[in-house]
Design a protein around this ligand. Structure first.
Ligand code: C2E
Ligand code: MG
Ligand code: MG
Ligand code: MG
Length: 281
């Protein structure tokens, strides 16, 4: 698997995704955006592949800019990290997500899991687990209903300082997910130490499955290794029925992607959920 992932790294270098050139934002602009509550969350459903049931939602931040329109996270999260406002942004998103998640109660009255993306840079304060779980309780959300997603590449960069905090979060029953798995070129040996409960297969592999055997092998092996380590496997970027079928046959647990729904405001997703019938899955 490691060898395959290295091959993929090379492939990604040879065929880089076109980067959008965007105007750099300043620290003041970002802080003002939060004060003015211009940052909003869109939610994307996560479905249990075996039953078709919605089991969770991932919160994805967007900036509803008064002049520039909707700005996507890739255009301001890296700047927020560089400018040192990523902690503020993280807490803002956590509060907003926790306050909105209560609307997502499924038909059996079960609360759906809320997945939040966390910048690895924010994993520096040993008080964070206590403060975070305290905040969740204020909003009436149990820690076992929260999944914190950290990208594999970020995790490896910050492993030394993050490991303690992640372990404490896990001890408080918060779920941890390794996002964009397969793109960080992490050594299994290091990753094994992260008390993660979930692996998210990067969407580039899901995308390439239909044409590249190597992508299919990566997906299959990731599911196998993840399961053997006791983790749930989520496939992101599922766009077609064929992709879903391949994932189902190979025992992947959860699927997320445009095939079901794009990330949308809470109210839109609630409407989608009302009309969604797992029977036709
Ligand atoms: P991610 O966590 O890996 O999120 C998945 C990205 O794939 C999202 O992009 C989502 O809109 C997109 N996506 C979902 N389904 C499909 C599909 O079927 N096909 C394709 N092509 N794309 C799909 P988005 O929303 O632009 O977010 C980009 C990244 O920004 C996220 O990647 C995450 O790393 C980061 N991010 C988003 N929200 C936050 C946040 O609140 N805090 C932090 N620190 N990072 C965030
Ligand atoms: Mg994510
Ligand atoms: Mg991802
Ligand atoms: Mg990503």
């Amino acid at each position: 698997l490691q060898k395959l992932l290295k091959g993929y790294a090379l492939l990604n270098i040879l065929t880089p995704e076109p980067k959008q050139i965007s105007k750099a934002v300043t620290k003041d602009e970002l802080l003002r955006a939060m004060v003015r509550e211009e940052l909003v969350l869109h939610y994307q459903p996560q479905l249990n592949i075996a039953t078709g049931e919605v089991v969770g939602v991932e919160a994805l931040v967007r900036w509803q800019h008064p002049e520039r329109g909707l700005i996507f996270p890739d255009d301001f999260i890296p700047q927020a990290e560089v400018l040192g406002v990523i902690d503020e942004l993280g807490w803002y998103v956590a509060r907003l997500g926790l306050s909105e998640i209560r609307q997502f109660v499924n038909r059996e009255g079960l609360q759906l899991k809320l997945s939040l993306n966390v910048s690895p840079q924010s994993l520096h304060d040993l008080q964070l687990p206590d403060i975070f779980v305290g905040l969740a309780r204020q909003y009436g959300v149990a820690p076992e209903n929260i999944v914190l997603e950290i990208t594999e590449s970020g995790l490896i960069q910050e492993l030394a300082s993050a490991l303690d905090i992640l372990t404490r979060l896990r001890m408080k029953r918060v779920h941890l997910s390794i996002d964009d798995f397969g793109t960080g070129y992490a050594m299994m040996q290091q990753l094994r130490r992260v008390p993660a409960t979930e692996l998210k297969i990067d969407r580039s592999f899901v995308h390439d499955m239909h044409q590249l055997n190597s992508a299919r092998v990566v997906v299959r092996k990731t599911i196998e290794i993840g399961h053997e380590l006791g983790m749930k496997i989520v496939a992101e970027g599922v766009e077609t029925k064929e992709q879903l079928e391949f994932l189902r046959i190979n025992g992947c647990d959860i699927a997320q992607g445009y095939y079901f729904s794009r990330p949308v405001p809470a109210i839109v997703l609630l409407d989608w959920m009302k009309n969604y019938a797992p029977l036709h899955f």
